[in-house]
Design a protein around this ligand. Structure first.
Ligand SMILES: [Zn+2]
Length: 376
């Protein structure tokens, strides 16, 4: 496939701006494809062999490989995504701009600046005539913000046999890397009852909404906040008009868990919910564990310490932390591949109107990724 000519090597900030100014909401095939082609061209200019992978309904994923100094060593996987949560037109309201050392724009923090950092690290190595210690695989997906349905098999395929995964998702406040992420489960439940006139024949009815109310309490009781397990029910809906006892109701459920054991405990409990009211029904219509947790294993901690020490050599602190949000790093971690997430630049406002990054943090993030690729 032809790729657009991006001309001479752009500066890092120009690249960030270029990516932000190409809006790419998940599911916009044309725009995601256009950005994938630009990302491909920039990776190729950084010495990578590239290919585009069809993602039906979403656009293209970008896959790239860079040879390592030791070609037979287990590779490093760099993960990122080019889709954002922002609809087309957001850029017109909130254009790319730099104010007081902060660069702003839709998708800049999550995670177009991180993407630019990864490419710049590879470009620096390439233009200095150096090679990463190990072969590097790069995967930039276009459906991360909507659950990675088309990219998950590719992520897992590229992660297998890798020595480590580096994820350029946004850092935590203070620039901390993410060494633990909660897993995510999402469910849609349907409750059934029997319709009857609420005034004339109330005894003949069975309220699906009342059944749902019982189950909402049961669902919330599955939470174990001391173990990091949370349950949130919503949105919910049920019934037709107020004078009819509702025959149907539906609820969505969001479950977060720090360990796979906990995720499986809640999953099993949701699947074995039994009706509280005679004549009512409960069923899981769809859903399950969507992303496993990224658990802070000894290998994850060791990878973090390597990055922290390199950051300290470069001259900055790299703290670590955990988050309740999932990422594609959860898939690689679940395969037992040491995964360090949140390596993107400092900033804030992911999925929020004050989304921004700190411009001064960009170069040292590039240095960190480059040093990691040389050291690991
Ligand atoms: Zn993201």
């Amino acid at each position: 496939m032809a790729t657009p000519d991006v001309g001479i090597r752009p500066t890092l900030l120009e690249r960030v701006r270029r990516f932000v100014e190409m809006e790419s909401p998940s599911g916009d095939v044309a725009r995601a494809t256009a950005l994938a082609e630009v990302v491909t061209a920039e990776l190729a200019a950084a010495g990578a062999e590239t290919r585009l992978v069809d993602a039906p309904g979403f656009g293209r994923h970008v896959q790239a490989t860079v040879p390592g100094a030791n070609p037979s060593a287990a590779p490093i996987l760099i993960l990122g995504h080019l889709d954002t949560v922002w609809p087309v037109g957001t850029l017109a309201d909130r254009p790319f701009r730099i104010v007081d050392g902060r660069a702003e724009g839709p998708g800049i923090f999550d995670m177009k600046a991180g993407l630019a950092v990864a490419i710049e690290a590879l470009a620096e190595l390439h233009h200095a005539g150096r090679r990463p210690a190990r072969p590097v695989r790069v995967l930039v997906t276009c459906d991360e913000e909507v659950g990675s349905t088309t990219s998950r098999p590719l992520i897992e395929q590229l992660a297998r046999g890798a020595a480590a995964t580096l994820v350029l998702e946004p850092s935590l406040p203070g620039g901390a890397a993410k060494t633990a992420r909660k897993g995510v489960g999402v469910y849609r439940l349907r409750f059934t009852g029997r319709a009857a006139h609420a005034g004339i024949d109330p005894a003949k009815g069975v309220s699906a909404v009342l059944e749902m109310a019982h189950q909402i309490l049961a669902l919330h009781a599955l939470a174990a906040p001391d173990r990091g397990t949370t349950v949130s029910v919503g949105p919910v809906r049920g019934g037709t008009v107020s004078n009819v006892i509702p025959a149907e109701a539906e609820a969505e459920v969001d479950v977060r868990f720090a360990t796979l054991d906990e995720g499986q405990r809640v999953d099993a409990a949701i699947r074995s919910l039994r009706p509280a009211l005679p004549g009512a029904g409960v069923a899981v219509v769809e859903g399950g564990i969507n992303r496993p947790p990224l658990e802070r294993t000894a290998a994850v901690a060791a990878l973090y310490r390597t990055a922290r020490d390199l950051a300290s050599d470069i001259g900055f602190d790299l703290p670590e932390g955990s988050t309740g949000g999932g990422s594609d790093g959860c898939f690689t971690a679940a395969l037992g591949i040491p995964t360090l997430d949140g390596l993107g630049p400092q900033g804030g406002g992911a999925h929020a109107v004050d989304e921004h990054i700190l411009v001064a943090d960009l170069p040292r993030r590039v240095a960190l990724v480059r040093r990691l690729l040389e050291a690991l």
